[in-house]
Design a protein around this ligand. Structure first.
Ligand code: FMN
Ligand code: SF4
Length: 404
């Protein structure tokens, strides 16, 4: 089953270049150009959240290669419930580097930037060491840059802006990074797991597995590699089963959505099957919400976090998310103003597309899913009641800390 995480167990630490080469052989560099077609045929979807087809993005950058391009490997991983990017960088850095080198060859780039979250120290150390192991091959065309903390720093235009100007705030797009990015050059921004997966496709593998970060009411929390044809029930079983009855799952992280457990339990996690039901795997977060835990409170904590992460440069994002956050807090505390529920329902449909980046879209998408899945709970909270025995406690990041 394991492809990305095949080889020594994660507890064995970082895989050396020697061990990596022994398992995978030399990089099939000659195949770089034809790789774009193979990636398209493999239907590999990006693993940073939006699920955009990897092959199509490589082609778009390659077609603009009248100037040498740049590959920006996105390892910012600001999503509080996700651990998979730091895990693959810490354990399998050479697979990530393989993917970035292949991408550079395929799209015609001579600059590779590994953009690694400043808080992911083990990942950064492993990547830096791996780059020194390959310095002769890389001939100075790869470097590592620490991504500043914060949710928005991993957004692609923010990443490009940080490299260009030292400020990780999204820029008004277009031009998009693939048109004009780092140094004004066509830039392929690709999640680090997507690059590692591309390196496997280059070696004849398919794109049938994905990393997932499990947390909440499941026995074994943390990063797992799952087959995309597996159902959520099978994934939960591989995670040692549920520790308590579960009412909903947060699929795809803070930019994903709540899904009623009965709607998704028997569903394969393949992108197509999820999409057909209006869901998405996003960055692979699977958070299991116990029946006894209050979804209104859990959602209020997430919205509070996302509102705090606005880059504060677009009015609808700053003030809209701020107002939604305040109403969600009142509802969670069972001290709602008369129209709070109606207001957040209205606002949740008004903010999408109103920011320079998709931050408000993600936050309001999450809220809309909550208003559907926890409809009865929201109605009860509006009237001042909560039926749950164990109201959610703590800050949202406490969920992520619980994962480790
Ligand atoms: C607010 C926000 C935060 C994001 N954070 C990350 C991140 O931490 N890591 C990441 O790979 N993509 C992140 N993305 C998605 C990137 O903009 C981009 O789509 C992604 O890096 C492309 O890689 P992929 O196609 O391989 O998924 C974020 C997007 C938004 C809107
Ligand atoms: S939408 Fe929000 S997070 Fe995105 S650029 Fe505007 S203020 Fe910043």
């Amino acid at each position: 089953m394991d492809r990305l995480l095949s080889g020594p167990p994660l507890t064995a630490g970082t895989e050396s270049y020697g061990a990596h080469q022994q398992r995978f052989g030399l990089l099939p560099a000659a195949a770089a150009r034809s790789l774009i077609g193979r990636l398209e045929a493999s239907n590999l979807a990006g693993r940073g959240g939006a699920g955009f087809p990897v092959g199509r993005k490589w082609r778009a950058v390659a077609e603009r290669a009248n100037r040498k391009g740049v590959v920006l490997a996105n390892g910012a991983e600001g999503e509080p419930l996700s651990l998979k990017d730091r895990t693959i960088m810490a354990a399998r850095p050479h697979l990530v580097i393989d993917g970035a080198v292949l991408a550079a060859d395929a799209v015609g780039a001579d600059d590779i930037i590994f953009y690694v979250g400043a808080e992911h120290q083990a990942a950064e150390a492993a990547m830096r060491y791996a780059l020194t192991e390959r310095s002769a091959d890389l001939r100075g065309r790869a470097r590592l840059i620490q991504a500043p903390r914060g949710y928005v720093a991993g957004e692609e235009s923010a990443a490009v802006h940080f490299v260009n100007a030292g400020d990780a705030r999204p820029t008004i797009t277009p031009p998009r990074p693939f048109e004009r990015g780092v140094g004004g050059r066509p830039t392929l921004v690709q999640n680090v797991e997507s690059l590692a997966a591309a390196a496997l496709v280059a070696r004849g593998d398919d794109a049938g597995t994905s990393l997932a970060t499990l947390s909440g009411a499941v026995r074994r929390t943390g990063v797992m590699e799952i087959g995309l044809d597996a159902t959520l029930a099978e994934v939960a079983a591989s995670g040692g089963g549920l520790v308590r009855p579960v009412q909903a799952v947060l699929l795809g992280g803070y930019f994903g959505g709540w899904v009623d457990i009965n709607d998704v339990w028997a569903l394969p996690l393949a992108p197509g099957s999820l999409r057909a039901r209006g869901h998405a795997f996003g960055c692979g977060v699977l958070y299991f919400l116990a029946e006894e835990t209050c979804g209104v409170e859990a959602t209020a904590r997430i919205i509070g976090y996302l509102a705090s992460q606005s880059a504060r440069q677009c009015g609808p994002c700053l003030f809209g998310l701020g107002a939604i956050d305040a109403a969600c807090r009142r509802l969670a505390a069972r001290s709602a103003q008369p129209d709070d529920l109606k207001r957040i329902a209205r606002w949740s449909g008004q903010l999408a597309g109103r920011g320079a980046c998709k931050h408000p879209d993600g936050a309001t998408g999450l809220l809309r899913s909550a208003l559907g899945v926890f409809a009865d709970d929201y109605a009860a909270h509006q009237r001042g009641f909560c039926v749950h025995r164990a109201p959610a406690v703590g800050r949202p990041v406490a969920m992520a800390e619980a994962v480790a």
